[in-house]
Design a protein around this ligand. Structure first.
Ligand SMILES: C[S@@+](CC[C@H](N)C(=O)[O-])C[C@H]1O[C@@H](n2cnc3c(N)ncnc32)[C@H](O)[C@@H]1O
Length: 187
């Protein structure tokens, strides 16, 4: 991430926006179950609200400094793990839901995103849900990702990509700021 993203994702403004606007929309009608894997947790903007909604949260973060910050900022109630979403350090069938907020476009290629989808499928229990919130391609998002990674996820390709690693029932919806999608691992 660049300096701007690092700063923005750590602000109280983003935490409030996540709690009051992003999560109510993202999580609406999605059965979270009893153990969420939060992928790319950043500075933990979503973590407290996830902990309010479900008994157990494990937050994975690639960046070591952010993972340390997560622990300092009340992450004790969540399990904080430093690691890579493309090679998840968890046993098969561990989670009821895996959630990635603004993370997939930070993968360096769509092939790596597909590897993340396959890894999430592996660590979800049968019937478990993959849920993600993403931003669309466009000049504004390209500019704010200057000196960062921006591999936009193309919504039209998602159903085929998720189905090819074993997900079923792919659903997607969008609003002005972005789109969300979810699907389930076959029971
Ligand atoms: C734009 S931030 C979003 C953070 C958080 N989800 C939020 O909404 O505040 C993207 C996060 O994904 C993390 N990330 C990027 N690639 C990752 C990977 N391969 N595995 C785990 N986390 C990753 C970044 O370090 C960063 O914290």
């Amino acid at each position: 991430m660049n300096v701007l993203e690092n700063w923005f994702c750590s602000t109280p403004f983003w935490r409030r926006t996540t709690e009051q606007r992003v999560l109510p929309w993202l999580l609406a009608d999605v059965p979270l179950g009893d153990h969420i894997l939060e992928i790319g947790a950043g500075a933990g903007a979503a973590t407290p609200e996830l902990l309010r909604r479900t008994p157990r949260v494990t937050s994975l973060e690639y960046d070591q400094a952010l993972a340390r910050k997560l622990v300092r900022h009340g992450g004790q109630r969540a399990g904080i793990v430093q690691g890579d979403a493309a090679s998840l350090p968890f046993a098969d069938a561990s989670f009821s839901c895996a959630l990635a907020i603004l993370v997939l476009h930070h993968l360096k290629s769509s092939a790596l995103q597909d590897r993340v989808f396959a890894e999430i499928h592996r660590v979800l229990r049968p019937g478990g849900i993959i849920l993600a919130g993403e931003i669309p391609d466009g000049w504004f998002h390209r500019v704010i990702h200057f000196r960062s990674t921006f591999t936009p996820v193309q919504p039209a390709s998602l159903a085929a990509r998720l189905t090819s690693v074993g997900f079923r029932g792919v659903r997607m919806d969008s609003r002005s700021e972005g789109f969300r999608f979810y699907a389930s691992r076959q029971p």
